[in-house]
Structures are given as C-alpha cells and as structure tokens.
Design a protein around this ligand. Structure first.
Ligand code: CA
Length: 243
C-alpha cells in the first residue's frame, strides 16, 4: 500500500502542511468488537417485525448511524415521515434486548494488539461510536484494560447528530484538545468514513464486513486494509509514514 501518496493527498486536500499525530480515534463495532453480525441479525429482525423492509445488508449500509437515525432514515424512505419518539424508543429497546440474548461479543482479532501498539507509540487511543448498546460500552474496559480513558469514549449518548455527520469526531477532537491534523480515524463502515473525513481527519478503513472496498474508498477512506490484523501488522510502517 502506498502510505506516502495517501498522506500527501490528504494534506493537500485539507490544506495541512504536516500531520502531527497525537491520537487515534477508533470506531467500536466492526473495529474493536466483532459485533456487526449480531447487530445485523438484531436490527433486521426488529425492523422487519415493525413493518420495515430492512435486510442484514441494510444494517451494514446504515452502520455508524445512531439507532434513532437508522429508524428515522428508514421511516422517511419507506413511509415518507419520520418515526415517532415512542417507536424509536420501543425499537431501540427491543434491539438491545435481542442483542443481550447473544453470547458476549468477541473482540475483533488483533484489535487489542493494535490499540496496545498505538499506546506504545505514545499516542492517545479514543473511541468514537454511534452505538448506544450499554452491554458493549460496559465491556470496553474489561476487553481493553487500561487503554481507554472514560472521558475519551464518545457514544450515541454524547451527540445529537451521529455519523455520517462529523459531530462525534468533532466532539472527540474537542475532548482530546486535538486539531484535525493531530489524529487519525480507524473505521470499517462507509458512513463512519464519511463522518471522519467530514471532520477533516485522515481516515483509515479496515474492511471487516461484507461490503466492497470500493464503497469505503468512495466514502473517502485514504487507505483500506483487509482486516484489523492487516492494519496491526502494518502499524509501524504507517506510523513512520505519518511522522
Ligand atoms: Ca463500525
């Protein structure tokens, strides 16, 4: 992979003379946890039961949105009106209830090693997720012990507008006291990539789901890795290129 070209293209596009890396902003589902198959099953079931046309593929295309945004987007597209707050609350609750019947979500292979490498590189790891699944947020500390400061985890509870809006990433920059050229994003979903790029951040994707790489490049990803393991293996080279 040509890291230097991707980095130079980013600097030119955003008007930065240099990257001065201080933090790495990790998405959670599909990056830190291998949770997307569960989310896909739970969301498609709850939405279909509520009368929506909503496949597992639709879950991956909406990945990154908050639950409320996912339901509203589908409601506008399929029924021509936003969902009521009652329906949103009901479906989010039903989805979380199904999610909680599944076995504990495993960490994404090599996610722990990657975050450890990031920290060992002297950088601050942060989490920026559209998730509002308390079960998973609670499991961050036990699965990634000592790696994420509580104040450095941005979830759907912290922002009004979720991905693909830049808001969650902008809040992460604010919380971390960071400028856009001082952090990079690790995402796996097109809407998450769009959010990172909209916040002015160098955005790296790991394609851990069923969509084509092209979808992630089209969303604005500077680099697309085939897995978190590949990104972990390539970390030293990428980090050196970013200096
Ligand atoms: Ca994700």
């Amino acid at each position: 992979m040509n890291y230097s070209k991707a980095i130079n293209d980013y600097k030119q596009l955003q008007g930065h003379s240099a990257l001065q890396l201080r933090a790495v902003l990790f998405d959670m589902d599909g990056v830190l946890f291998n949770s997307m198959p569960y989310h896909a099953d739970a969301w498609s079931k709850v939405m279909t039961d509520a009368g929506f046309n909503f496949s597992r593929e639709d879950v991956y295309m909406n990945e990154g949105r908050t639950g409320a945004d996912t339901i509203n987007t589908a409601s506008l597209a399929q029924f021509g009106k936003p969902a009521t707050q009652e329906l949103i609350d009901e479906l989010c609750k039903a989805k979380c209830a199904i999610f909680d019947t599944y076995p504990p979500t495993p960490r994404m292979p090599f996610a722990l090693e990657l975050v450890q490498k990031v920290k060992a590189s002297g950088l601050t790891p942060m989490i920026v997720t559209g998730s509002g699944t308390p079960t998973l947020l609670d499991r961050v500390q036990s699965n990634f012990p000592g790696l994420f400061d509580e104040n450095h985890i941005i979830s759907s509870f912290n922002v009004k507008r979720g991905k693909p809006y830049p808001d969650p990433y902008l809040l992460a920059l604010e919380r971390g006291g960071l400028k856009p050229n001082e952090a990079i994003v690790v995402e796996n979903a097109p809407l998450g990539v769009t959010a990172g790029v909209a916040a002015g951040l160098f955005t790296v994707a790991a394609n851990t789901g069923p969509l084509k790489d092209e979808v992630l490049f089209n969303a604005g990803a500077s680099l697309v890795f085939p897995s978190i393991q590949a990104l972990c293996d390539g970390w030293e080279e990428l980090f050196n290129s970013l200096k």
